[in-house]
Design a protein around this ligand. Structure first.
Ligand code: NOJ
Ligand code: CA
Length: 584
């Protein structure tokens, strides 16, 4: 049977969608029915430390981002999210802030920042800042003061408690491993830290703390930023009483289970919205790993606090027992699709960020596809989904080049890793009895440093990232996988990203169309449609490395408009992704 026969003999679903009333709503539309600017283009996430170094110290900087704005713009981007660039001792690479309104001198100056905002603006892009308000650095002057005594003016700006019989107040484990409580001799008390001990949690119950944080956010609005990504926000409200929680099979009680999304959090968030976001043409995207679909209306959309929310369920299908790396499970496509469909369906009346990568995740092609999958095809297959689900696509630097997990001689043992979480997870593995070899295999696969190796700009020394010694090793494949080479190669992942991003930005149906999944139990392929009025687009992606037949010909009477292979077969080829348009 050839392709033509296949199309002719089959049923189509095109007509059913044409009269679906759910196609008719618009989200955050203005009076003229237009979407907001941040719904019509992608967001590009920059990890400044690893993006582009201009002064040879081996660390990326703001001038490096300015130099690469045309490159970012070429990806159809409306905003650039910068992970933290504030003053910081960098224990957690900037997520430990010691001054909320100063630029880390390693990255540049306030003048550089202002130039970045202006230059991005000229290219139709906004700069989005990362607000880290659950905790500060332990070197922040607020904490330095708070820890001096129990009665200084900032004594109550952090969360201090008495121990119990020489033990921490509760059995909570921090997200990076170890007790969530750290002893302080001066106060003779413990302080709480959801993440590392260098990141003490701020006390949001104190109105002065909240005021200081809102002021900091408003400072950046005055600088002309286009929005905020809001870090770890589900943890800001602590439970009323601090009590021990249930332990897992290894005797641990994650603080996440005890403090995420506590009653009362929405009061803080509503105030945050009123004091900072309201009245500005910006977008907000909250990192919120615990918000259930039923609670979404209070969190996102017209009645919610934020415009979008990063939740983790699709990326965490590999961690069914929580984010403990040595307990990772194999990738399960059915669960992955279930998570994506759940968020697509739960945000029909609001909006959603689509993402597969960020600075906290291993590279996606090494997680979501079998080891023997062609990496380029896999990168393009995920891009196909990234640009065709309903929501704003978030591209993480290097994802558009088809970066895989770090393969570099520089990562030999745990001491070669910079990522604080890798070190915590290594300790968890060690205590769970893993051999050194097993433990390092896990770290190599899941380390956040996989996503933090320097950008590969060209085939020159250090991949064109720096003339100095890069702070993290460069991936071995930089001679072939780099922006300059891919720019010239019509078959590259980069060119595919540019095409798909442009297609999505111009497509009313891809921006606003209703989502519907097919064959949700199928373990090999992901199939869905997007429909708006009489327009309909279908997507099919083969997650295996063998040919797969579509269960029945859902795409009869359709025309292929894009995909990661040339031509068409009547089955999906290994790792093939196709975008179809339904003919009316
Ligand atoms: C989430 C950030 O993305 C991550 O990099 C950081 O370590 C934690 N929050 C703590 O701020
Ligand atoms: Ca530099």
């Amino acid at each position: 049977m050839n392709r033509r026969d296949f199309i002719k003999g089959t049923l189509t679903l095109a007509t059913a969608a044409a009269i679906n009333p759910s196609n008719l709503f618009f989200v955050r539309a203005d009076a003229a029915g237009n979407n907001s600017w941040w719904q019509k283009k992608s967001v590009y996430q920059v990890y400044p430390k690893s993006f582009m170094d201009t002064n040879g110290d081996g660390i990326g900087d703001l001038r490096g981002i300015i130099n690469k704005l045309d490159y970012i713009q070429s990806l159809g981007v409306g905003a650039i999210w910068l992970t933290p660039i504030y003053s910081s001792p960098m224990a957690d690479n900037g997520y430990d802030i010691s001054d909320y309104t100063a630029i880390n001198p390693t990255f540049g100056t306030m003048a550089d920042f202002e130039e970045l905002v202006a230059e991005a603006d000229k290219r139709g892009m906004k700069i989005v800042m990362d607000l880290v308000f659950n905790h500060s650095s332990d070197k922040h002057p607020w904490f330095l003061e708070s820890k001096t005594s129990r009665d200084n003016p900032k004594a109550d700006w952090y969360i201090w408690r008495e121990g119990i019989n020489d033990n921490p107040p509760t059995n909570w484990q921090s997200i990076f491993g170890g007790s969530a409580w750290e002893w302080n001799d001066d106060r003779g008390q413990y302080y709480l830290h959801t993440f590392s001990r260098y990141q003490p949690d701020l006390n949001w119950e104190n109105p002065e703390v909240r005021r200081a944080l809102y002021d900091a956010a408003n400072f950046w609005l005055d600088k002309g930023v286009g929005g905020f990504r809001i870090d770890a926000i589900v943890y800001i409200k602590k439970p009323e009483g601090f009590t021990d929680g249930a332990t897992d099979s290894e005797g641990n009680c994650s603080i996440h289970n005890m403090t995420a999304n506590q009653p009362g959090i929405l009061d803080f968030l509503q105030e945050f919205k009123r004091e900072v976001f309201d009245g500005h043409d910006i977008f907000t995207v909250a990192e919120a790993n615990a918000v259930k679909p039923k609670d979404l209306p209070q969190w996102v959309g017209d009645k919610g606090v934020f415009d979008m929310l990063f939740e983790f369920s699709h990326v965490n299908v590999i961690f069914p027992e929580g984010e403990i790396w040595h307990k990772a499970a194999d990738f399960n496509l059915v669960e992955f699709k279930k998570a994506l469909s759940a968020s697509q369906n739960a945000t029909r009346n609001s909006w959603y960020p689509i993402y597969f990568e960020n600075h906290d995740r291993p590279r996606s092609i090494d997680i979501f596809f079998p080891e023997d999958a062609d990496k380029k095809l896999a990168a393009k297959a995920l891009a196909t989904i990234l640009f065709t689900l309903r929501g704003t696509p978030f591209i993480y630097q290097g994802e558009e080049l088809g970066f895989g997990n770090a393969d570099a001689d520089g990562f030999r043992n745990i001491n070669d890793y910079d990522d604080i979480s890798s070190i915590g997870q290594y300790e968890l593995g060690y205590h769970a009895g893993l051999s050194e070899e097993e433990n390092m295999k896990i770290i190599r696969k899941y380390s956040r440093d996989n996503a933090r190796t320097p950008m590969q700009w060209d085939a020159s020394k250090n991949a064109g990232f720096s003339v100095g010694k890069p702070w993290l090793p460069i991936h071995k494949d930089y001679k072939t996988c780099n922006a300059a080479e891919e720019d010239l190669d019509q078959e590259s992942v980069l060119i595919y990203y540019r095409h798909l991003s442009a297609m999505r930005n111009e497509s009313e149906v891809l921006i606003n169309g209703d989502y519907k999944e097919y064959f949700s139990d199928n373990e090999e392929i992901y199939v869905y449609t997007r429909a708006l009025g009489d327009k309909k687009i279908g997507v099919a992606v083969n997650f295996t490395t063998h040919d797969v037949k579509l269960p029945f010909n859902i795409f009869g009477g359709c025309t292929k408009i894009n995909g990661n292979y040339h031509g068409e077969e009547y089955f999906l080829r290994p790792t093939e992704a196709i975008i179809y348009e339904f003919n009316n």
